[in-house]
Design a protein around this ligand. Structure first.
Ligand code: UDP
Length: 254
């Protein structure tokens, strides 16, 4: 029920596929403690090497999903562990379908006001019986957060989706998760933009050959700076595979 957790270059990640990730979500929905769901990809792994606070937040997550093919390949190469890619943007609609079936209450926090509203209306079209109890755009001040937390709790939200981008959404979760009465809190990055139809996912062809990252890069060149993490990740994985190690300071395992 609870997936095996391994470490890739010192950053934890759970050995899941879409089916087992959903089983874990179902299990967490029956518990009384809020659980965070955080997506990890090569970019975030490299970010963790410089940002120990982000690493600590990820280490405490309820479930850490392998969002990028890079993490899946690295898990096979370094740990001989099989996992499948579980993109946060694909897990969120599956969780919505589950919430619709089980009558769970959902709240959407994040993205620009018009994107947030459009994501809510598109989700209602796709899942007519989904109980979206509330929503809030992601451009609130820090002073407004306590009343947002209060609102989420008053609405008896079961599942909170947060789309603030990374690491903002992880930092938000680490600050507020323990004040929330939700069961699940998933950080979904730019997924509301995809659901709203603002950002297109890569065509099936690119996804099938695991080149979604390349498509996103070509269609949003401003991501180039962020993708410089990828060659560094590949270098570190190969270095570790060859036995030269990449211990993260403060971590006992690699
Ligand atoms: N965002 C937000 N509040 C902020 C900054 C960003 O709600 O203060 C939203 C932004 O509108 C977008 C999402 O966070 O919807 C970030 O998307 P991106 O694709 O950069 O996230 P990633 O999945 O790559 O981390």
């Amino acid at each position: 029920m609870i997936p095996t957790r391994i470490e890739i270059l010192g950053v934890p990640i759970d050995c899941v596929n879409m089916q087992s990730a959903l089983q874990t979500i179902e299990h967490y929905l029956e518990q009384n403690q809020p659980k965070s769901v955080i997506a990890v990809n090569p970019e975030k792994i490299i970010k963790c090497h410089a940002d120990k606070n982000l690493l600590k937040i990820i280490q405490q997550a309820g479930m850490i999903i392998p969002d990028g093919i890079g993490a899946v390949i690295a898990a096979r190469m370094l740990k001989s562990k099989k996992m499948q890619r579980v993109p946060g943007s694909e897990l969120m609609p599956e969780i919505c379908a589950l919430a619709e079936r089980k009558g769970k209450k959902v709240f959407l926090f994040g993205a620009k006001p018009e994107v947030n509203m459009k994501a809510v209306s598109n989700l209602k079209l796709k899942y007519p019986d989904l109980n979206i109890v509330g929503s809030q755009d992601g451009y609130l001040s820090e002073e407004e957060m306590p009343s947002l937390v209060q609102r989420i709790n008053q609405l008896e939200t079961d599942i909170l989706f947060i789309a603030l981008g990374s690491p903002a959404q992880e930092i938000w979760m680490s600050k507020y998760l323990n004040s929330l009465n939700v069961k699940i809190c998933q950080g979904v990055g730019g997924t509301f933009d995809v659901i709203a139809g603002n950002v297109k996912r890569a065509p099936a062809f690119f996804r099938a050959i695991y080149l979604e990252w390349f498509y996103r890069l070509a269609s949003q060149p401003k991501r180039l700076v962020r993708q410089t993490a990828l060659p560094k990740f590949v270098y570190l994985v190969i270095k570790q595979k060859l036995g030269f190690g990449n211990k993260l300071k403060g971590n006992s395992k690699n």
